[in-house]
Design a protein around this ligand. Structure first.
Ligand SMILES: Cc1cc2nc3c(=O)[nH]c(=O)nc-3n(C[C@H](O)[C@H](O)[C@H](O)COP(=O)(O)OP(=O)(O)OC[C@H]3O[C@@H](n4cnc5c(N)ncnc54)[C@H](O)[C@@H]3O)c2cc1C
Length: 600
């Protein structure tokens, strides 16, 4: 059946519209083809990457390049590339899946893979002219060539449009001369081509260029950076000194570079979330295996409640991260299809499809990058002293996870973007937040219902709680927008608090919908632990919401308004039947323990 516009949520709409579990895609919906792809990627990861972990930790940059070549031979670099340019032209979900399962061996390889297939290749597939695509994309798709992305400069990081690199048109009008210094460039040491952003004259916005890596054309490099993690990912400074670039290598139009950079990052963000998933599965598995083996006080440490709690939380966050990442990926895929059916070119369809869900991309980037970091941190703790040793995989996983909170837009920037974009969408009328926010206001003024609802149906109470969390967001963010208007962006601590609530809502809802869908089709009995994970996640989400909403309310509201909102917060974060959190954790942990692995 053809997907139609009204079937799927618009970006950000999750906040004001209820989604049915039948309408979300979950990892259990992978097609046979996707399952095969997953197995083949896992096998590659085990054989080529994980088996050679030491080489990555010993900064064997050449080995990273070699693995990238092999990934190219296997076709993994070409999943997202349209068939007419030598790619597999697979859908967005499949692209995410490859990114997910190829990324857990080491952050060194996953960064090389992400930088090449994402920000190194996508700007051309999305914005290139036909000639540019014909010339470069087939080589990038096979791994004959590798790409890198040069946006960041010593003085221009988060403020990406402030770069000082210049592009000056030559007298004969045939070339641009690029001059400037780029920093933190992944894959710089072995790439054949860069996407470079530079400013023409005193344009407001930077412009993108495709620049071939030719040392005889004024391109020099700094030494490899010595980094906390992702040690065998090549990261260098790149200097351009009168580097000649033919005018036909400009990407899109003059001054379009900032747009390209931001859209490439949108895609990069959701893929980065995917790239943090399998690490969580593996860390959880490695952690539980160790905990089952390791005895203290004549007891396997996995029998201790303190350790069970860690295992349960690690598994829960991984499960919910999967749910949310693939839910959003399928929304993007469907949106692309709708656009294609409407006659958009592939390029336009993909761009608009991803742009629509930029809010979700930012949410996922933040949530999953922080989950993987916490997961690795608890992984070390489960290993005790051994966790601190380079002889076990936890410390490298922890170091490698750290970068995900920094690149593709720091988590601070993405937190602010998620709320900022939502407010903008509401102002443009793309998502009606005002109506629902007014309703919440009315509800606050009214007398609460004292009926005891019937919560016998699976997740009925959780859904009511979730609906109330959405009201909390609308209440707090709505009042903040009313008070500060467009100046809200200047109140960063409020933006951060609001985004923390927004993130939890999306993640908790995704977890519930996944577990509900699976309970309906596979039977609730077979999903006991998954249901427990969805419930545990929601419980945690409520606590995070209370903390952040309260912080906001007491900081910007006063007197009666403050009292009313605090009462509203209490009312909207209430369970009729509190879950037994310890029981939930124990149930989840027992399952993971008995399977001796992450098993969902
Ligand atoms: C290993 C590695 C690989 C990388 N690969 C690439 C690559 O391939 N290509 C590329 O172009 N770049 C790459 N980067 C650069 C990366 O994207 C930047 O480091 C990142 O965007 C942050 O910029 P910055 O380091 O200048 O930090 P800054 O922008 O100086 O930020 C420092 C701190 O201030 C905060 N901050 C900054 N601005 C604001 C604001 N307006 N409001 C609130 N807080 C703010 C940040 O969140 C952060 O916590 C890489 C970086 C690393 C470390």
């Amino acid at each position: 059946m053809e997907t139609t516009e009204k079937d799927i949520l618009r970006g950000g709409q999750f906040l004001v519209k209820e989604t049915l579990c039948e309408d979300v895609f979950t990892p259990e919906d992978f097609t046979e083809e996707q399952q095969m792809m997953k197995e083949s990627v896992k096998e590659f990861n085990d054989r080529e990457i994980i088996a050679n972990r030491d080489r990555f930790e010993n900064k064997d940059y050449a080995f990273t390049e070699q693995c990238m070549k092999k990934a190219g031979e296997m076709g993994f670099l070409s999943v997202a590339v349209p068939e007419e340019y030598g790619g597999m032209g697979m859908g967005f979900v499949s692209t995410m899946l490859v990114c997910d399962y190829i990324s857990s061996g080491t952050g060194s390889f996953s960064t090389a893979f992400g930088a090449h297939t994402g920000i190194g290749t996508m700007p051309i597939t999305l914005y290139g002219t036909e000639e540019q695509k014909q010339k470069y994309v087939p080589k990038l798709a096979t791994g004959e060539w590798f790409g890198a992305y040069c946006l960041t400069e010593p003085g221009a990081g988060s403020d990406a449009n402030s770069g000082k690199t210049t592009a000056t048109l030559s007298e004969d009008g045939k070339h641009y001369l690029i001059n400037g210094q780029k920093m933190w460039i992944s894959n710089a040491g072995f790439c054949n081509m860069f996407i470079v952003f530079a400013r023409i004259e005193d344009d407001k916005y930077i412009t993108g260029f495709i620049v071939e890596n030719n040392p005889e054309n004024g391109i020099t490099m700094g030494e490899e950076e010595h980094k906390l993690g992702i040690r065998a990912s090549s990261t260098r400074q790149v200097f351009f000194n009168d580097t000649k670039v033919p005018v036909e290598n400009m990407l899109a139009g003059r001054g379009e570079g900032f747009k390209i950079a931001m859209n490439a990052l949108n895609i990069g963000r959701i893929k980065l979330a995917a790239a943090c998933l399998d690490s969580q599965r593996r860390i959880t598995t490695t952690g539980v295996q160790y905990a089952n083996e390791r005895k203290q006080f004549k007891t396997p440490i996995s029998d201790f409640g303190a350790i069970k709690s860690k295992i349960a939380e690690m598994a829960t966050n991984a499960y919910v991260g999967e749910a949310a990442s693939y839910r959003a990926a399928k929304n993007i895929e469907d949106r692309i299809e709708i656009r294609l059916n409407q006659g958009n070119s592939h390029q336009e369809a993909e761009l608009k499809g991803v742009e629509e869900y930029a809010i979700e991309c930012s949410i996922l980037k933040v949530a999953v990058s922080e989950d993987v970091q916490n997961c690795a941190d608890e992984g070390i703790q489960i290993f005790g002293g051994m966790g601190f040793s380079e002889d076990t995989p936890m410390e490298a996983a922890w170091r490698d996870a750290r970068i995900a909170r920094i690149y593709e837009g720091t988590n601070e920037i993405n937190r602010m973007l998620s709320v900022g974009m939502l407010v903008k969408k509401a102002m443009k009328g793309h998502v009606d937040l005002l109506g629902p926010a007014m309703k919440v206001q009315e509800e606050l003024m009214g007398i609460p219902s004292f009926d005891t609802p019937d919560y016998s149906e699976l997740f009925s109470e959780e859904k009511a709680v979730l609906a109330n969390l959405k009201k909390v967001f609308l209440m707090v963010a709505g009042a903040a927008v009313q008070k500060f208007g467009p100046d809200l962006e200047q109140h960063q601590q409020l933006m951060m608090a609001a985004s923390n609530i927004l993130i939890e809502i999306y993640m908790a809802e995704s977890g519930i919908l996944r577990a509900e869908k699976n309970a309906k089709r596979f039977g609730a009995d077979s999903q006991k632990e998954q249901i427990a994970m969805a419930q545990l996640y929601l419980y945690n989400a409520v606590e995070i919401t209370i903390k952040n909403a309260k912080e906001g309310i007491v900081s910007f509201a006063e007197g009666d308004e403050q009292r009313m909102m605090l009462m509203g917060l209490k009312r909207f974060t209430k369970y009729t039947n509190m879950p037994n959190v310890v029981d939930l954790r124990n149930r989840i942990a027992e399952k993971v323990k008995s399977e001796n692995q992450y098993c969902f």
